[in-house]
Write a protein that binds this ligand. Structure first.
Ligand code: NAD
Length: 392
């Protein structure tokens, strides 16, 4: 990566953009193949895998506009007869360390923009599903990214530590869990790197009494129901939807949810559900004990719904990272807002309401990086910034 830097960073941005145009076309042409790789290793459905690829490809499309994005600033006469200008330069050798849950999108958040800007890049994807990232790197080479400009290494902590401490690495991007994000941030900074580290989440969705409940979604972890009537209606609406979820291997037709990633993840989620029951939360839908005929050894789980969860329960405080939705009841809007703001995480949140004043107030006062109004997963498009607050 270091050896490839001088030639690549001095190439006109327009020429690097041409490579991105070809890369975008290649990802598009190989979407089915990439989706299969994701589904086989991660377990998500083919449809979800294609969504993962599409959201990543949108970043490549954005990177195609890099000549315009890299324009500098110019001011005439900052003093008599003196002009000043600022230019955008590459940082150098960058590295990206990514999590298992979006094996296409998250690597594609990182390396296309980095290399389009003239940096070289070393990708260290999750050791749990590296095949799709590996294929993406191959496609980047096929598109014309020169040898050494994009590289991939496999491994876990050992590989990461080598990158964080290596004197030739200039910048580090990380997405993953909060404890690892803190470690990466501190270690990379100590070694003089620029670093951005995105951590875990516990995304809340505030459901107001006037919300359209048909918009609800399982992708959030906590639903804060404002008022008991809203809580009751939510449980009534969600229970059949969760019970009827079509669960199975992601490659099969008509499947809505695949298995979780590993036995360890499954055990952890089951343990948290057990704790939720022991702590006195109401188990409205029990996803434990699901056995699929022919896939008895698979890490399949049913969807789980908890009601009457309180802020001291581990099912609320811990990031479950599995098909579990907890409902916490709040007496009014201010109590709900305080709860979201008190939470240690600050990745994304959403409010469901028909009241424009409530929506605007929420968007302004909530202490969370990304906010949705009647949008369950507030993931910004590629040309807006993405990022969490607090421990996210
Ligand atoms: P993880 O933190 O276990 O692993 C992420 C990466 O760090 C992997 O490449 C892994 O090999 C490496 N790693 C793991 N332990 C390490 C250690 N001790 N030292 C150095 N490197 C280490 O995360 P995961 O389980 O792969 O992914 C799920 C997590 O990612 C969840 O917490 C989820 O909330 C978070 N996530 C956050 C976002 C976001 O946008 N903020 C997006 C996706 C996932």
């Amino acid at each position: 990566a270091k050896a490839a830097l001088p030639a690549w960073s001095s190439l006109p941005p327009l020429r690097r953009a041409r490579v991105m145009f070809r890369f975008n076309e290649l990802i598009l042409a190989h979407t089915d193949e990439l989706a299969e790789l994701i589904t086989h290793e991660h377990g998500k459905t083919i449809e979800d895998a294609k969504g993962d690829i599409l959201r990543g490809r949108e970043v490549v499309e954005f990177a195609c506009g890099i000549p315009h994005l890299m324009r500098g600033d110019f001011t005439e006469d900052v003093g008599s007869g003196v002009d000043a200008y600022s230019i955008r330069q590459s940082v150098g050798v960058c590295t990206g360390i990514t999590p298992f849950n979006f094996p296409a999108m998250i690597p594609l958040w990182m390396f296309p923009l980095a290399i389009a800007c003239g940096n070289t890049f070393i990708l260290k994807p999750s050791e749990r599903d590296p095949s799709c990232p590996f294929r993406l790197v191959e496609l980047a080479h096929e598109a014309g990214v020169p040898e050494g400009v994009i590289n991939m290494v496999n491994g876990d902590k050992e590989a990461v530590d080598a990158l964080l401490t290596h004197p030739d690495v200039d910048a580090v991007s990380f997405v993953g869990s909060t404890p690892v994000a803190s470690y990466i941030y501190a270690t990379a900074a100590e070694h003089g790197k620029r670093v951005q580290a995105l951590g875990g989440a516990k995304n809340h969705m505030v459901v107001m009494p006037d919300a359209d409940l048909d918009q609800g979604c399982m992708a959030v972890s906590v639903a804060v129901a404002v008022g008991d009537d809203t809580g009751d209606a939510l449980v009534e609406k969600l229970t059949p939807k969760i019970q009827e979820l079509k669960i199975g291997p992601g490659t099969a037709d008509d499947i809505e949810m695949g298995p979780v990633i590993t036995k360890q993840a499954q055990d952890r989620i089951l343990n948290l559900i057990d704790q939720g029951v022991a702590d006195g939360a109401t188990l409205a839908v029990d996803g434990r004990g699901l056995k699929l005929q022919g896939y008895e050894d698979g890490y399949f789980m049913g969807g789980t719904l908890f009601d009457h969860v309180t802020e001291d329960m581990s099912i609320y405080t811990e990031e479950v990272f599995g098909p579990v939705l907890v409902i916490v009841r709040a007496s009014d809007y201010e109590t709900a807002l305080d709860m979201v703001n008190r939470n240690e995480y600050g990745n994304g949140t959403a409010i469901f309401t028909k009241d424009g004043d409530a929506a605007r107030d929420f968007a302004e006062r909530v202490q969370i990086g990304m906010v949705g109004v009647n949008v369950p997963i507030p993931v910004p498009v590629a040309y807006h910034s993405f990022g969490g607050w607090k421990r996210s």
